[in-house]
Design a protein around this ligand. Structure first.
Ligand SMILES: Cc1cc2nc3c(=O)[nH]c(=O)nc-3n(C[C@H](O)[C@H](O)[C@H](O)COP(=O)(O)OP(=O)(O)OC[C@H]3O[C@@H](n4cnc5c(N)ncnc54)[C@H](O)[C@@H]3O)c2cc1C
Length: 446
């Protein structure tokens, strides 16, 4: 029987970063990653939508295996079928038994398939992270005209925009009153919706698909209420479900969000088994309550905590702030922390402020776009709880700055005086720097 000190199940964002961190922290440990994907077949998960318009093929959207070999981490291509906690071994589909001192579950999550009639028809797809499957989708979209996307979250919008770039007729059907409603306040949702419709994507909000129509292949969908929409292909993206089967079979505790329960060090209910990424339960930075957020950035951050904790507890997880951005054409929206709606729902009394300014200075600089920031502060403590931004290609990094300010629990006064750099091509003017200005505005109301 093979045996390694540290065995990681899963070779994507969470598994790779856990392995790399463990290597930095524990130079002499033997480390192996075991994963299902063959050599050179691990997709950049966040790049999936861009295969269909911008990047061109799954093969151009791959994480290099050198990320493992360069850190002296062994790669085993196989599927783990069970874990024996007492013997500290895992069994694999190819019949191997591998021993471990510490085990990490980084088994990720799979898309939820809505249990509606027609879900098994030809040309019903979802965001499965598999090269062959996505090549199948690529072939299918090359032969069709009308696509219905079920779900107006950021993944649905990104696929919609990319399908549109190929000239397809795209309709996004969203159950809630707005796309992106679970992650942005209304003004940002309507902005993203209008950017999509300007690019020729149709949006139907407040609408629920109750059946996919067709004999063998998709021909359309039927909405609750009876309206039928024509479609050659249906793309479902309503969320993901954590892969917890192995953990459940091994008797590990499952949390409220149906992910593997972990403590603040990333340990499961068995002290020698850890979990990171989409399969592991998260806690909110703000309330410490279970959070359903699942992002590659969170998986990587958890990997940096758990990788350090495997042989000795060295890092604590303070909970997820949550930060991300998305792009429509060459415009973006980004966020960090809580929206105003989420903060109020969580019981915070809040003050908000909005500012707009050109994202370069002077505003006549070629390529300048309007840049908007909304900040949410807690009334009692003046602490920054959340921020949303809209503008051009800088929104992703501005959202990251906001996440750092939130994680540092900065108050409105501290945000108003934080030190930043500016440059005419890269940033708004120092005189109206939007994060700072929004904090000044909020202070005036506090
Ligand atoms: C279309 C799309 C766009 C996204 N965009 C963004 C974005 O812009 N920003 C962002 O932060 N996040 C984004 N995400 C979310 C992000 O992709 C996930 O949070 C991330 O992939 C989680 O990483 P993970 O390592 O936990 O799991 P996964 O990426 O799901 O990887 C799981 C790994 O476990 C392996 N595995 C599972 N079971 C077994 C087993 N029994 N034996 C062996 N191996 C096993 C798999 O083979 C795989 O290697 C996006 C997701 C999608 C689908």
């Amino acid at each position: 029987m093979e045996k390694v000190d540290l065995l990681i199940i899963g070779g994507s964002a969470g598994g790779i970063v856990t392995g790399q961190t463990a290597r930095r922290q524990y130079k002499d440990a033997s480390i192996a990653v075991i994963r299902k994907e063959k050599e050179g077949q691990v997709l950049v998960p966040c790049g999936l939508p861009y295969i269909f318009g911008t990047v061109g093929s799954p093969e151009k959207n791959i994480m290099p295996d050198k990320l493992l070999s360069g850190s002296n981490i062994d790669l085993i291509i196989d599927e783990v079928t069970s874990i024996d906690k007492q013997a500290k071994t895992v069994a694999t589909a190819s019949g191997k038994s591998i021993g471990y001192d510490r085990l990490v579950l980084a088994t990720g999550a799979d898309p939820i398939i809505i249990p509606i009639p027609g879900r098994d028809l030809e040309n019903v797809f979802c965001a499965i992270k598999d090269v062959d499957y996505l090549n199948g989708l690529l072939r299918a979209v090359a032969a069709i005209k009308d696509v219905i996307i079920i779900g107006g979250g950021f993944i649905g919008l990104e696929f919609g925009d990319e399908f549109r770039k190929r000239g397809l007729n795209v309709t996004i059907v969203e159950m809630l009153p707005h796309c992106l409603e679970l992650v942005f306040d209304e003004g940002f949702c309507t902005l993203a919706e209008s950017q999509l419709t300007e690019r020729g994507v149709s949006i139907k909000t407040g609408a629920k698909v109750e059946a996919i129509l067709g004999e063998k292949k998709v021909t359309g969908v039927r909405l609750a209420g009876g309206e039928e929409l024509k479609a050659d292909l249906v793309f479902m993206c309503i969320g993901v479900r954590p892969n917890t089967q192995l953990a459940q079979d091994a008797g590990l505790e499952i949390g409220e969000t149906k992910a593997v329960w972990v403590d603040e060090y990333g340990r499961t209910s068995n002290r020698d088994i850890f979990a990171v990424g989409d399969c592991a339960e998260k806690r909110s930075f703000f309330s410490k309550r279970p959070s359903a957020l699942k992002l590659a950035s969170i998986a990587a951050q958890e990997g940096r905590i758990v990788g350090a904790n495997l042989l000795e507890l060295r890092r604590r997880n303070e909970g997820v702030v949550g930060a991300f951005a998305t792009i429509i054409g060459d415009s973006g929206v980004g966020m960090a922390g809580l929206t105003e709606t989420q903060a109020k729902a969580a019981g915070f009394d809040v003050v908000t402020s909005d500012v707009k300014t050109p994202d370069k200075h002077p505003g006549s600089m070629p390529g300048a776009k309007e840049f908007g920031v909304k900040l949410v502060f807690e009334k009692a403590t003046h602490e920054l709880l959340g921020g949303q931004v809209c503008g051009g290609l800088t929104v992703g990094e501005v959202a990251n700055v906001l996440a750092a300010l939130i994680q540092s629990r900065m108050t409105a006064s501290e945000v108003a005086t934080f030190q930043y750099g500016t440059h005419p091509f890269f940033t708004p003017s120092p005189l109206v720097y939007p994060i700072v200005n929004a904090a000044e505005l909020a202070l005036a109301k506090l």
